[in-house]
Design a protein around this ligand. Sequence first.
Ligand SMILES: NC(=O)c1ccc[n+]([C@@H]2O[C@H](COP(=O)([O-])OP(=O)(O)OC[C@H]3O[C@@H](n4cnc5c(N)ncnc54)[C@H](OP(=O)(O)O)[C@@H]3O)[C@@H](O)[C@H]2O)c1
Length: 376
Amino acid sequence: MPHPYVLLSAAVSLDGHLDDAGPERLLLSGPADLDRVDEVRASVDAILVGAGTIRADNPRLLVNSPERRAARVAAGRPAHPLKVAVSGSGDLDPAARFWHTGGEKILYTTDQGAERARALGIAADVVPLGPALDWRRLLSHLHDERGVRRLMAEGGGQVHTQLLTQGLADELQLVLAPLLVGDPDAPRLFGPGAYQRGRLRLVETRRIEDVVLMRYEPTAPGTGATVSAADRHWLALACELAGRCPPSRTAFSVGAVVVAADGTELARGHSREGGDAVAHAEEAALAKLDPTDPRLATATVYSSLEPCARRASRPAPCARLILDAGVRRVVTAWREPDTFVPDADGTGVLTAHGAQVLVLSEYEDRAKAPNRHLLG
Ligand SMILES: NC(=O)c1ccc[n+]([C@@H]2O[C@H](COP(=O)([O-])OP(=O)(O)OC[C@H]3O[C@@H](n4cnc5c(N)ncnc54)[C@H](OP(=O)(O)O)[C@@H]3O)[C@@H](O)[C@H]2O)c1
């Protein structure tokens, strides 16, 4: 199910705290960074926080700049993004500012929490998600029922920890403030959890007065049929590589990336790479790898087009090369049409041998873009 793009936003002290343990909210950012946060808020469809943040900070979570609100309205959007709260208990203060400022509000909760929230008269659309709160269901609901395409999660630590460990965060915008809290009772940005083992990708650093903004993207593929945000990033890269292929009238332009379970890129390739007129993307990528690399058994192959099941130009089709490499998870954007090979079914070949194939059709247009001339 498609999800919104999920951006985690937080400011932390040098010792990793979101706040101190006192009653007042600790100010970590300065005016310029708060203005940057306002700009990000103005760019999203919805802002999400956990009940802990509503209780601790009583935030409004508005777009503060009148110019930014006016620009949103001029673009046909509400002045403020949808405000989203998450609570298991439903035990929230109905007088909190969150409910009485800005535009629409939605509270995701459990069946029991919904009863409690309704009894308290919480001024929001109360959506129960079952006996327990399921983040994937929440994100699908926001996407499908509320049209949310970009979601900014503004904390707190429990919310960020779950979105990151469950592979649901597309991006982390972290501001590091030059102060130390030093109190073991103060809330931390990330709690214990099953995080991805490898490194995140650093996409930007920016000095803003005396704080530093760092933007990271998680890189770890999902497991089995579970799609992670990083799966979408890698598939988008495969589609981008497809656009770099030398054009052909007799073969598709395809990009492929092989990624280890910890998020390390192992190899990439594209059709007709290196002047080889018949090279396929997956073949080009796999050829760069040591076939005994133990990471292949848990790696994922991302290919903009379903790996081929039959080919005239070489003895082994790409579905076979992937199986022989030991890879058992493939993510693709587009099933192969009958343009060159009738009834091509690379997915059938792969799944018949125990591989998982996921088709993320929201990337199909990107995968087709460099192949339009072949599609009539
Ligand atoms: N520096 C920053 O950028 C920043 C930003 C935001 C917040 N903060 C700070 O962060 C602190 C609050 O963080 P926090 O970690 O304590 O709280 P939080 O993440 O804001 O909220 C946690 C609450 O959300 C609900 N929740 C989250 N996941 C759930 C799930 N899977 N199932 C059911 N309910 C779930 C629960 O509500 P119920 O208890 O109602 O069940 C839980 O107690 C505050 O001190 C605040 O100042 C700092």
